[in-house]
Design a protein around this ligand. Structure first.
Ligand SMILES: Cc1cc2nc3c(=O)[nH]c(=O)nc-3n(C[C@H](O)[C@H](O)[C@H](O)COP(=O)(O)O)c2cc1C
Length: 202
């Protein structure tokens, strides 16, 4: 089987492909790269969870997602902003292992802009009475009845803004792995100031 993809052995094309996957994922709900695993923590306790990619900007090497400010990962990020974000696309046969430094945005211009674009359905996540992870005596969505049944106006959904935050991840490096029948390829893109590309044995 021959590999015809332009990015098989071209550093420039690999970088182009990566950013294309990430930017498309922000808009395309069916993209395999839309829901990466975000991992953060410390030496003793690391934890990963699926998030939705909301922004990818090559110019500033930035990706971001939304969250509830009451989530326990916020405290973890504040203590240790270094994180890992893991993507895998089965159809593309590409794995991306991103290392980044995070910033929690709360009640600022970044959150205002993102909140404006957050629709009715997504806003529901931020309307839970107690924060995510709070212990409950019974099975629960955490929502009051009116929110649970989508029985709320856009104005009422504004209440969720107080729980809304945007995690911006400034990318330090991206490790790319491409699975190919004629030979896998792996490379490390260092996105720090002295940008560097290194081939690795897969
Ligand atoms: C498909 C999918 C998308 C999710 N998107 C997000 C997201 O964008 N932000 C987020 O904080 N949690 C998201 N979650 C929920 C998290 O995976 C996690 O359960 C939640 O954040 C609570 O855990 P944590 O407080 O430890 O992060 C998503 C889960 C799934 C399955």
């Amino acid at each position: 089987m021959s590999e015809t993809v332009s990015y098989y052995e071209s550093p420039k094309e690999i970088e182009k492909k990566i950013w294309s996957l990430l930017t498309i994922a922000v808009k395309d709900r069916s993209s395999e790269f839309r829901t990466p695993v975000f991992i953060c923590g410390n030496d003793e306790d690391l934890d990963g969870r699926v998030v939705v990619l909301r922004k990818a900007d090559q110019q500033s090497s930035l990706i971001q997602y939304h969250s509830d400010i009451r989530s326990s990962k916020i405290e973890r990020i504040r203590k240790n902003p270094n994180c890992s974000i893991l993507f895998y696309g089965k159809d593309e046969k590409i794995q991306l292992r991103v290392k980044a430094k995070c910033e929690v945005n709360y009640n600022n211009d970044v959150t205002k802009e993102s909140w404006k674009k957050t629709g009715h359905i997504s806003r529901k996540c931020y309307l839970v009475t107690n924060g995510p992870g709070t212990v409950s005596d019974e099975p629960t969505s955490g929502l009051d009845n009116k929110f649970d049944n989508f029985n709320f106006t856009k104005e009422e959904s504004e209440e969720g803004y107080k729980n809304f935050c945007v995690i911006q991840c400034k990318i330090k490096s991206i490790e790319w792995l491409y699975l190919a029948a004629k030979g896998h390829r792996r490379a490390l893109l260092d996105l720090n100031e002295s940008k560097k590309f290194t081939w690795l044995v897969p």
